[in-house]
Every structure is written in C-alpha cells, then in structure tokens.
Design a protein around this ligand. Structure first.
Ligand SMILES: [Zn+2]
Length: 345
C-alpha cells in the first residue's frame, strides 16, 4: 500500500507511522478505511478515516479532522493523543463505554499526507486545501492569504477556477456526506495552528461577515461549554472576525449539508494560538515548522493534553444534543444575543 521506503517515512512523516501503529494496536476497536490514495511526487500516500466500532446509523456523530495544512503537524498529534486516551478509556471506563453507545465517532487525523511529507502547507499540487472549495468571499479578503489564483508557487493557492476540488477534499466531502445521511445531528472539529496568541474555536462563515443561520444553536453550544467549564481558555467566534477567505472547506461542506438535509451540522475549527509558542521561544521560527508547532518537549506535552477536555465535551454535547438545543421559544432571544455578541461591530 505504501511505496515509500520506511526509513523515509520515519524521517519525514512519522505521524503516519504513529497513526498506523495506533490503528494496529486497537484493530479490535476501530474500523479503518483508506478513503483515498494521494500522489506525492512518484509516491502514493494513504488518507485514512477511523471509526470507533459500534457505529450505528441514526445516532449523533462527531467527526474530528486534522493535518489539512501539512506544516501544522501538532494538529494531527493532538488528535492522535485524544484517540489514544479515548481508545484506552473505552476498554475500562464505564462512563466512556456508555458515551460510546450514544454517539458515533469518526477521525481523520492526517488529511494532507503529501503536504506533511513535504512539510508544506499546501498539498503536493500546491493547492491550499482550506482555500480550495467553490465558494468565493462576499467582501474582498486580505491579499494573498485570503486565497489567490495567481500561482501555485505562492501560498494560499485556491486551485484553478472551475476545476474539481483536490482529492483530499473530495475524500472528506464523501465522508461528510456519508455521515450526514445517517446522523440526526453532527458536530465536527478540524485542528489547525498558526494564528494568534490564543486558542480559538471558529465557526462559519469564513466567506462573509453576515451571521450564519444557526447562530442560536451555536450560542447554545457555547453557553453549555461556558457553564460546564467556566475556566476554559478558548475564544469562541465566527472565523470572519479574524479574517475572510475564499474557498473555505467548512463553509462549503456546511452549505452542502444545509441544502440537502434537515438535520443540524455544526462545523468547528480549533485554531491553536501558535504565536504563544513562538513568543516564549523566538528562535524556533528558524526551525522547520517552528511557526506552527511547539518545539520544546514540555510545551508539546502541554499542548497534547490541553484539548482533551474540549474534545470530551464535544462528544458528550453531541450525545446529548436534544438536551441543549434551543426550543422554538428560545431561538429568537438567542439569535439576538448572538448578533450582539459577535456581529455588532
Ligand atoms: Zn491551518
């Protein structure tokens, strides 16, 4: 399946080996599927999904993804760390065993294996997968990093106008469609790093500043999180408050879902505040990936345990979605509150 010499993978893509070892160690607990084979120069790399065994259509679903930008390796590591905890707990912790009977969990920890192999943000075709969907910003985005069609040699390349999405994105789209079809409620979280001093949880849209229609449900989820973990450290806001982009994949997947399903899908992005790591260790900007990943071992360990509670919260919130989703009489109040919190400026 893998035609790159093992020594090369060990050196350039250890995350793939770590993930495959985890899959192998827990073969009895995971359903692993190769969703695509990605061309990387003369090689082919697998793009996997892993579903917790016991998947049952009709249950709420949580989809966790990472590694869409190949340089943001910490996202994949954070997700693999969570899977390690979850897989262990599922064998002995009655709370987790009960949770896993009420929610479907699907993981895609290494979405851009070719980009990670070459240590590039883009995929091996030079396309930024998070600028590649067929959705254009409503107002002009920032020059270049909002997405550009000038050249694949410049970062943030959207791909050619009118071309199909890249293979990695088509694979993710197929998984989202499959899950949407079978889930009355779906939450997703996509792990990134490289922006800001704080950990942010973004929700759509990236393509426009106007609020998303389900803003009342998103505020209800935020209030549940605030109430459950009053000391959490996340900034929760629409991505458009940080910047507008062309081609955002989650904007696109959300809209596709909305147009074809009556069920609810809330896609979130975890944007880890990597500038904190650089501020504490400025010289790391000279090391490969130093802008996007914690380098000091103690800091890396801290980041790997920093998001476990939030991921747990997402799973529990999905399992109990009927409990906290606003009823008809609360929707207008929550919508008005959300507009004043997030969209009044
Ligand atoms: Zn990213």
């Amino acid at each position: 399946m893998l035609d790159i010499p093992k020594a090369q993978i060990t050196r350039w893509l250890p995350e793939l080996q770590q993930m495959e070892a985890l899959f192998k160690r827990h073969a009895d607990l995971l359903e692993v599927k190769q969703e695509a084979l990605i061309s990387a120069a003369e090689h082919r790399l697998p793009l996997y999904s892993a579903t917790m065994k016991g998947y049952t259509p009709g249950r709420p679903t949580v989809l966790m993804t990472a590694g869409i930008h190949g340089v943001e390796r910490i996202g994949s590591e954070v997700l693999l760390a969570y899977m390690t905890t979850l897989l262990s707990k599922s064998t002995w912790d009655p709370l987790y065993q009960s949770l896993l009977r009420s929610v479907n969990l699907v993981f895609m920890p290494l979405m851009n294996p070719g980009g990670m192999y070459f240590n590039t943000r883009a995929n091996p075709n030079g396309v930024d997968l998070m600028r590649n969907a067929s959705i254009r910003a409503e107002t002009p985005p920032p020059m270049l990093y909002g997405g550009q069609r000038l050249s694949r040699r410049i970062p943030w390349y959207c791909g050619q106008a009118g071309a199909p999405m890249e293979a990695e994105n088509l694979a993710l789209e197929a998984v989202v469609k499959r899950l949407s079809h079978e889930s009355p409620f779906m939450l997703s979280v996509d792990c990134h790093s490289g922006f800001g001093f704080r950990d942010r949880l973004w929700f759509p849209y990236a393509y426009r500043k106007r609020p998303i229609a389900i803003i009342d449900k998103i505020l209800a989820l935020k209030l549940l999180f605030d109430k459950t973990y009053p000391n959490h450290h996340y900034v929760i806001e629409p991505q458009s408050r940080s910047y507008i982009t062309h081609g955002d994949l989650w904007d696109y997947l959300y809209k596709c879902h909305k147009n074809t399903h009556s069920s609810l899908f809330i896609p979130l992005t975890l944007e880890m505040g990597s500038w904190m790591w650089v501020r504490k260790r400025p010289l790391q900007i000279f090391s490969a990936g130093g802008l996007f990943n914690p380098i000091a071992p103690h800091r890396r360990a801290r980041v790997l345990r920093r998001h476990l509670l939030f991921f747990d919260f997402l799973c529990s919130a999905a399992a109990a979605y009927e409990h906290w989703l606003p009823g008809k009489n609360e929707q207008s109040t929550l919508t008005a509150a959300a507009k004043s919190i997030w969209y009044s400026d």
